[in-house]
Each structure stands twice: as structure tokens, then as C-alpha cells.
Design a protein around this ligand. Structure first.
Ligand SMILES: Nc1ncnc2c1ncn2[C@@H]1O[C@H](COP(=O)(O)OP(=O)(O)OP(=O)(O)O)[C@@H](O)[C@H]1O
Length: 919
């Protein structure tokens, strides 16, 4: 449809108004009739702000011009709602120094605009049917209230905003701009947007910092406390406080009971609000704000009171005031309740924020929740609307906590839903999707069917000098089950230090190697890579030669591997000659190509970044398709490419809930028991003073005399002038050697070369040295089963999880072991004492989580919340996370592609990049 405006200007069906060839006004976003357009123009500072853009780099400010008065300065704001009248009155537009452009043809209104006008007239009729000042925007069209002068900084004369045609969908509400809130002007909305509240959701997610106890004033009124009152307006006046601000002063009288005399008394509340800005000094404005509260009106007032010098007079600077229809309503208001205290944001005062939040809450209804009602009832959750009400306007603290839990649920639910949805999207067939969901549902189900394992796996299992524990077997069977599936595994193997994760990883690798594929094991340190390499090789020596003589070829690839050797390894991996490679970061280098990498094991996975871990995904291998029974296809056509299975290992025991939250997209396997025969490590926390050291030296002598081996762990390598209180490994070497004459000592620290480190560790393992002075390089993975004592210097310098890891270097065999933590001061002993009472990593992790939040546990310095989860406290909200996981699975099993729940899909796309959802 093309509409003649005048001889120069047209509006096309795409709402683009063309003007004389070189000027084009894009009205794409502009749907409202010209009256609304006219009303906005006053605030236009750039062409973008008005959905009106001009080409040629010109940003003309359009002036709407009265036909009879072509002076662009004579702009009138229209108050009428008769749009035809407005169109008649303002028929022209002038852009920059263009000639006048007529908006309408002779005598007729543009047909396109005509339909819009009709719509608006309809809307006005509907609107008039509602008696309430505002309505839920969840389901109905609403028109904002006329001028409101609420906040000093948010004050502006009311400007009508275009309301969208259809805002019945929930997704269009929470993510709408605040200007769609009733009683909110564009200026207010802009100010809020600039302060960090671009949408209603952002605003509602600004949660109270705390709740003050809002007390009923029918008792003693204590200065500085939060009280609520019901009373009558005595006077209300608006005054000019100078050239730049206006003041609203309301005096309210409240009858309250005197607790001492049991008699009634009247207290007077002085409510003051300041409006900064010249325009708030105008009489019309001051009269208008004062007239809101009329003498004799019943009102409900709450806020923090300040005693005035005159008896029974109180000032409330930051107050809330609500009109009561009838005096009887007061009883409903005077129940003691928590009063939300908001943090301020970018200069916005808490009260201002609270006020806008109230408006937003009044404007919503319970249709905003995209989570299906069956999920809410199954998991016993509040509706989202009730949750917002509960967190912002709780009647009790229990309400607030229930609300908080629903909001926490959302944080995790969408995370889990998004990740699972993304994985499902990537799968081709429904069968594969069902498989994936079944796998996550049956996360804990184990099936030990050793007979179905590859002969190589069984052979290695048989040749181990011990039997696997139940947990190890269960873990291994879960992994092997995954390896047989046509979907890449993404599994986290967790277990306490020394529980035997490595052997499970080795056996998992054998399962793929045995069937002709390749395996890679990536570890964070060279020392560990060498140790694993040697251990696996020695296990291979025990392999039953009956296994068709097959001994897989394994390679070690680290930063110290010589160029020549490296070249050979790369070649072997590419040709498939090498079945397994163990190494450090170098394994994910782009230069390394595998012939058919089927499993990548990442040890101490949290030490590698997400991106590093993800690099393995690009090393695809080919497998036969599920439908390879299709005999019409040749072998090549029957092949499909697949990313390798990923097995991540973590020796940092973290509670399952935390693991779920952090690794929502991973299946989790936990090894919960220790190999038999392990004896608890006797742990002692001592102050590192003279007496403390004497005691330790005595213990060390006894240990050495009993054939033990001792680790001495230091926080630093060499003495530092800045930190004189710290013991250093190199510095102590001589004095320790002197003190324990007859027993060889060696050093192990990060500044040594790889071969020197290996040599030091080998000598210690072989018993050539009996004391190893080391830094925290030994923290992960070092396995010397007969090491029987550890002393950690300046132990408070290490995190709790780190100390637990360090302690795990002893007690790995059947020998009774001891560990001593020496603290620098008596004050730091308390934390170390926790380690005395428990050697269960999961328990300690939970204790640490409760003490300091997840940040510390994960090695990050912050405590409290995880940054991604603003409301959740992982230490106390574990059950909610579990619920969220199950709920996400439920939703996806009901609708794999979320077609059944468009609301959820839209919500996900709001929270995640659209590409994830394939939109
Ligand atoms: N089922 C078992 N029975 C007896 N000993 C075992 C068993 N499983 C593993 N071990 C031994 O226990 C020691 C620790 O095992 P492993 O190194 O696999 O533990 P880990 O969980 O990887 O330890 P870390 O967390 O320190 O890396 C090793 O010496 C290993 O040989």
C-alpha cells in the first residue's frame, strides 16, 4: 500500500516514507498514528530516538507544524485524544530546512493510518471499561495513567507512548522496556534504562539487599527503626525550595496506643519529598503534587522514622505512602512484615527503585511464567509472578525464602535446559535424543557387565595387582556403556584423592584401544604425565600374553619431548600406529592429528579452560552409522563422523550439587569409596613455633627409623625478604640434611627441569632419598604409595582443598601415615583443625562451601555466590539444583524440541545466544 502524503512524500507498505529521492525516513518501528508521533517529537535529540532516520548523515530534528502557523518554534503539545482532530491540526512535518511536508492528502486521512486510528479508538473504548488505575499488562491492553510526579529525578510531564498491538504474550512483557509500565513516562524510562534497568525483568531482578523488620507503630516508636502507620492527612503542600527544586510536604496524624498508659495518643509524621529541577518549581506542578493528598484522606505510610525535637513528631525521609479507600482497610496493612531494603544502583535511590518495582508488580499477572504448570506442581514451586511478589513484597520471611528458591530454580533450570536442549538439537534422530535423555535420567544406574567389555580391558583388569572397588567398577561400567553409544560422552569422573580414578581412566582407554581406536590422556603437569606413562607401561608388562599378543603402543608427549621424537609421535598418531598418547597441553595443539581418536581423558579438568577442553571436540573420528545394515551403501558411505568421548577427571571433591551446577551438561560419576586397607591419615595441626618444630622433628625421626618416607612441603622455593615468616624449600635443604644425618634428602620444585624433577621423584620412590623437600608441585597426582609422612610449612597459606590434596600424597598404600600442618600463627590454627577431624574430601568440601562459599572451593578468590548465579547460595540450595536438573529433563522428554512450550523456548532464547537455539 502506498499513500500519497503530498507530491514529494510517500509512505510505503514497509512504513518507509520516501522524500524526494535523497531523503528517506525509516518508520519501521513506528506504528502509532501521527498524534503519538507528534507527542514524542519534543524529546527527540537524535533521529534514532524517534524511530525516524534520515540518510545522508543528516540527523534532522523534525518539527511538527501547524498549517496556519509555519513557524517551527510554535510547537504545541496535544492533549486531545481525538486523533483525527490532531491530524487536522498538525498536517505537516518539517525536517531540517526542508520545505513543509504535508502528512495527509487533501481532505482524506491516509488509509493506513486510518486503520491504526480505528484500532486506537477501539483501544480507548476498551480502556474506559476498566475502573482500576492500572491493569495487568500480561493479558490486556492498557493505557498509562495521566501525569504522575513520583520521583524527584524521574519527574517528567506525561508523554503518551506507543503501546504495542499485542502484548498478550508473556515473553513480550518481562523483556519490555519500562516505558510500557503504566504511570511511567518516557523520561523516567530512559533514566531507568541508563541506570541499568532496560527491561522489566532487569528491574524485577534487582532483589532486596535485606529485609528490615517493618513494625506496627502501636507500640513504642524507636528512632531509626522501620515502622508502618495508618492515619489521616492533615495537610499537604507543594512549595518552591529555591530556583532549582520543589518540595512536597505532607503531614499525617496517626492515632496510636501508648504502651505505658494504655491510652491513645496522636503522633505526627512529617513526610518530605524533594523534586530537583527548575520545572518542579512551577506553581502548576507544586499544586498538582500537593493535591494528590487531600486533608482527611486515609493513608498508609511506612519507612524509617527519625524523632524530631517536638514530642510525638517524627520525620520520614524515605517513605512509602498509599491511599486507603476506607479506614477499615488499615487492619490488612498493619501486620508486621519484612520491608525490602534495596541496594541503590547507578545513582538511583533505593526508594525510587522500590517504587518502580511496585508499579511493575501491579502491572504483571501470573501469566508471565513460561514454566509449565505441571512442572511447578511436581517440583512444588511458586509461580514466577508469586515469586516476584514474594521476593519484593513478602508478607513473611518464609514467603521471601520460598520466592528466592523459585528464582534460584530458574537460574539452574534454564542453564540445564539450555545445555541439554543444545545437545539434543545437535543429534540427528529421535532415537539418539531418547538415548541421551535416558542417559541423563539414569545417571546413577550402573550396569556391570564385564563379559561385554573389550578383551583388552578385561585383560588389563585381570593383570592389576588388586581388585577394583565397587565404586570403581560401577564408574567403569557407566563409562563403557557410554563408549558404546553413538553420542559423544561428556562425563565427569569425580572422587576423593587417592581413590583410584587413574586406573579407571586407563581401563576406559583400553576399551577403545582394544577395538582399534585411539585414546588421549591429558594431564596438567609433565611430572604427572611421566608418572602415568610409566605406570601404564608397567601395567602392560603384566598383561596376559594370551591376548592375541596385542600390546598397545603408547607415547608420551610433553613440552620436553625432543623435536625428532615429537615428529615421530605425530606421525604415529596420524597413521594410527600409536594407540594412546599421554601428555600435557601439547596434546590439543592443532598440529596433532589423530587417525581415530575415540576418547579424550582430561585429568584435573578444572586446570584446563573450557576452550582447551573443547579443542578435542574438533578431532573427529569416523564410526559406522547405526543404520550401517543398509547394504546399498558402501563402507565409506556407511561411515559417520563423531566427536570423541570426553572423560573429565576431578580430584577436587566437590559436592554433587555444585558439580551439577557447574557442569550441568555433564553426566557425573563419583567414586565414593577408597581401596581396602587404607588407614586413616593421622592429622595434626600445630603452631610452627619452637615447641611445634621440636615435636615435628621428633616425629620425623621416629618415622624414618620405622622405614618411612617423608614429604616436607613449602609455600615458596627460596626465602623472600618481603615474606620473612615463610619457610622456603631450597633454604631449608641444608639445615634439614644436617638435622637428619644418615638419611638422604632431595629437592623438587617448579624451577627444576623436567628430567631433574623426574629424577628426584624416582629416587624418592625407589627409597634412595627418604626426605623430599618440595613445593606444591607435588599437589596433584603424585603417587608414591609408601610415602608415610607429610609436614606442610606455613600451612595457612594453602586453601583447604589444596591441603586435602597435599595430604592425599600420603596414606596411598597400606602403611599408617601421618600429616602435620604447621601454622605461622596461633590464630590461623582454627581452620587447620577442621582437617584434623576429617579426611573425607566431600565432607571438607561441604564444610568449606558452608564456610566460604563456592568461590574458594574452586580456587577462585571470591567467596559467596558464583558470579553466574546471583541469588543462589550453592551451599544451601543444593536440592533446588537437583530439582532444576530433573525438571529440565522432564520438560525435554515431554517435548524434545520445546515446540510444546514456546514460552520456554522464547525464554531460553532471551537468556542464551540465539544461535544456540538455532533460531
Ligand atoms: N582398588 C584398588 N585397590 C588397591 N589399590 C588401588 C586400587 N585402586 C587404585 N589403587 C592404588 O591406589 C593408589 C592411588 O590410585 P590413583 O593414583 O589411581 O588415585 P587417584 O584417585 O587418581 O589419585 P589422585 O587424586 O591423587 O590423583 C595407586 O597407588 C593405585 O595403584
Amino acid at each position: 500500500m502506498s499513500v500519497e502524503l503530498d507530491s514529494l512524500c510517500k509512505i510505503s507498505s514497509s512504513r518507509t516514507m520516501r522524500y524526494s529521492g535523497n531523503l528517506r525516513l525509516n518508520l519501521l518501528n513506528w506504528w502509532a498514528p501521527p498524534s503519538r508521533f507528534i507527542l514524542r517529537h519534543k524529546h527527540v535529540t537524535s533521529a534514532n530516538e524517534l524511530p525516524l532516520r534520515a540518510l545522508n548523515g543528516v540527523n534532522p530534528v523534525p518539527f511538527l507544524v501547524d498549517d496556519d502557523d509555519p513557524n517551527p518554534n510554535s510547537i504545541n503539545l496535544l492533549k486531545e485524544t481525538n486523533f483525527k482532530l490532531k491530524c487536522d491540526k498538525f498536517p505537516c512535518i518539517k525536517i531540517g530546512d526542508s520545505p513543509l511536508i504535508k502528512l495527509y492528502g487533501e481532505g482524506d486521512t491516509i488509509p493506513y493510518l486510518d486503520s491504526e486510528l480505528k484500532q486506537l479508538e477501539e483501544f480507548e473504548k476498551v480502556d474506559k471499561k476498566f475502573p482500576e488505575p492500572w491493569h495487568a499488562i500480561g493479558s490486556t491492553l492498557v493505557k498509562p495513567e495521566p501525569p504522575s510526579f513520583k520521583e524527584e529525578n524521574l519527574e517528567e510531564k506525561f508523554v503518551e507512548e506507543p503501546l504495542p498491538n499485542n502484548i498478550a504474550h508473556w515473553e513480550s512483557i518481562l523483556d519490555r522496556s519500562l516505558k510500557f509500565l503504566p504511570d511511567t513516562t518516557s523520561r523516567q524510562a530512559n533514566l531507568l534504562e541508563k541506570s541499568g534497568f532496560p527491561t522489566i525483568r532487569k528491574l524485577l531482578n534487582h532483589f532486596p539487599r535485606t529485609y528490615a523488620d517493618l513494625q506496627n507503630a502501636q507500640g513504642a516508636i524507636e528512632d531509626g527503626h522501620y515502622f508502618m502507620f495508618v492515619g489521616k492527612v492533615i495537610s499537604s503542600k507543594g512549595t518552591r525550595g529555591g530556583a532549582q527544586f520543589g518540595i512536597l510536604q505532607v503531614l499525617v496524624g496517626c492515632e496510636i496506643q501508648n504502651v505505658d498508659s494504655n491510652e491513645n495518643k496522636t503522633v505526627y509524621l512529617h513526610l518530605k519529598r524533594f523534586y530537583r529541577g527548575r520545572r518542579f518549581t512551577y506553581k502548576s506542578f507544586l499544586d498538582m503534587i500537593a493535591s494528590k493528598y487531600k486533608e482527611g484522606d486515609h493513608v498508609y505510610v511506612s519507612g524509617k522514622v527519625k524523632k524530631m525535637t517536638t514530642e510525638n513528631h517524627y520525620e520520614i525521609a524515605q517513605f512509602n505512602i498509599d491511599m486507603l479507600e476506607k479506614e477499615e482497610e488499615k487492619y490488612a496493612h498493619l501486620e508486621r512484615k519484612p520491608c525490602p531494603v534495596y541496594p541503590s544502583k547507578n545513582g538511583l535511590k533505593p526508594n525510587t527503585i522500590g517504587d518502580v518495582i511496585s508499579r511493575a508488580l501491579k502491572a504483571l499477572n501470573n501469566e508471565i511464567d513460561p514454566v509449565p504448570s505441571e512442572v511447578l506442581s511436581e517440583f512444588n514451586l511458586l509461580n514466577l509472578f508469586d515469586a516476584y511478589l514474594g521476593i519484593h513484597r513478602p508478607k513473611t520471611l518464609i514467603d521471601a525464602d520460598l520466592a528466592r528458591r523459585r528464582l534460584i530454580f530458574d537460574e539452574f533450570f534454564y542453564l540445564q535446559l539450555g545445555r541439554l536442549f543444545q545437545m539434543l538439537e545437535a543429534l540427528g534422530t529421535n532415537l539418539e535424543r531418547e538415548e541421551l535423555l535416558a542417559r541423563y535420567r539414569n545417571d546413577n544406574i550402573s550396569e556391570v557387565c564385564i563379559s561385554e567389555w573389550d578383551p583388552l580391558t578385561r585383560n588389563l583388569l585381570k593383570s592389576l595387582p588388586y581388585s577394583l572397588t565397587t565404586s570403581q567398577l560401577t564408574a567403569l561400567s557407566e563409562i563403557i556403556l557410554d563408549l558404546k553409544r553413538p553420542i559423544p560422552m561428556n562425563r565427569l569422573l569425580q572422587g576423593d584423592v587417592g581413590c583410584g580414578k587413574t586406573v579407571v581412566a586407563f581401563l576406559s582407554c583400553m576399551e577403545v584401544v582394544g577395538s582399534g581406536f585411539q585414546a588421549a590422556l591429558m594431564v596438567p603437569t609433565e611430572l604427572l604425565a611421566i608418572q602415568h606413562y610409566q605406570e601404564l607401561n608397567s601395567l602392560f608388562e603384566q598383561l596376559d600374553s594370551g591376548n592375541e599378543g596385542f600390546k598397545p603402543k603408547i607415547a608420551l608427549l610433553t613440552g620436553s619431548t625432543s623435536t625428532r621424537e615429537r615428529r615421530l609421535i605425530l606421525k604415529g598418531l596420524q597413521s594410527g600406529d600409536i594407540s594412546m598418547v599421554i601428555g600435557t597441553h601439547s596434546l590439543i595443539s592443532e598440529k596433532i592429528e589423530f587417525r581415530s581418536l575415540k576418547i579424550a581423558v582430561i585429568d584435573e579438568q578444572h586446570r584446563f579452560g573450557v576452550v582447551q577442553r573443547g579443542r578435542f571436540n574438533s578431532k573427529l573420528f569416523s564410526r559406522l552409522r547405526d543404520d550401517s545394515m543398509n547394504h546399498d551403501l558402501n563402507d565409506d558411505e556407511n561411515k559417520a563422523f563423531m566427536a570423541p568421548h570426553i572423560l573429565a577427571i576431578s580430584a577436587t571433591p566437590i559436592p554433587r550439587t555444585l558439580a551439577l551446577a557447574l557442569y550441568g551438561d555433564m553426566s557425573i560419576t563419583q567414586i565414593t569409596d577408597l581401596p581396602p586397607g587404607r588407614q586413616p591419615i593421622e592429622t595434626l595441626a600445630l603452631e610452627g613455633n619452637e615447641a611445634g618444630f621440636e615435636k615435628v622433628y621428633k616425629m620425623m625421626k621416629d618415622e624414618l627409623a620405622a622405614d618411612g618416607k617423608i614429604y616436607l612441603v613449602y609455600p615458596i622455593i627460596e626465602e623472600s625478604e618481603q615474606l620473612p615468616e615463610l619457610h622456603a624449600a631450597v633454604t631449608d635443604y641444608e639445615s634439614i640434611s644436617g638435622k637428619f644425618e644418615g638419611y638422604n634428602c632431595s629437592l623438587l620444585h617448579g624451577r627444576m627441569k623436567a628430567e631433574e624433577k623426574e629424577e628426584a621423584l624416582r629416587k624418592f620412590r625407589d627409597g634412595q632419598t627418604r626426605i623430599l623437600l618440595a613445593t606444591q608441585v607435588i599437589e596433584i597426582g603424585v603417587d608414591v604409595p609408601d610415602a608415610s609422612m607429610m609436614v606442610v610449612m606455613n600451612a595457612e597459606r594453602f586453601g583447604m582443598a589444596q591441603l586435602h590434596q597435599l595430604r592425599g600424597r600420603v596414606g596411598r598404600g597400606n602403611k599408617k601415615s601421618r600429616c602435620v600442618f604447621l601454622s605461622s600463627t596461633s590464630g590461623s590454627l582454627k581452620r587447620l583443625k577442621v582437617l584434623e577431624s576429617s579426611s573425607d574430601g566431600f565432607y571438607l568440601a561441604q564444610a568449606d562451601l558452608l564456610l566460604r562459599g563456592p568461590g574458594d572451593l574452586l580456587g577462585k578468590k571470591q567467596s559467596g555466590h558464583l558470579p553466574e548465579f546471583p541469588v543462589a547460595r550453592l551451599e544451601i540450595d543444593g536440592d533446588v539444583i537437583q530439582k532444576a536438573h530433573l525438571a529440565a529433563l522432564k520438560v525435554l522428554s515431554m517435548s524434545n524440541n520445546l515446540e510444546k512450550y514456546p514460552g520456554l523456548k522464547a525464554e531460553l532464547s532471551m537468556r542464551q545466544p540465539l544461535c544456540i537455539l538455532g533460531d
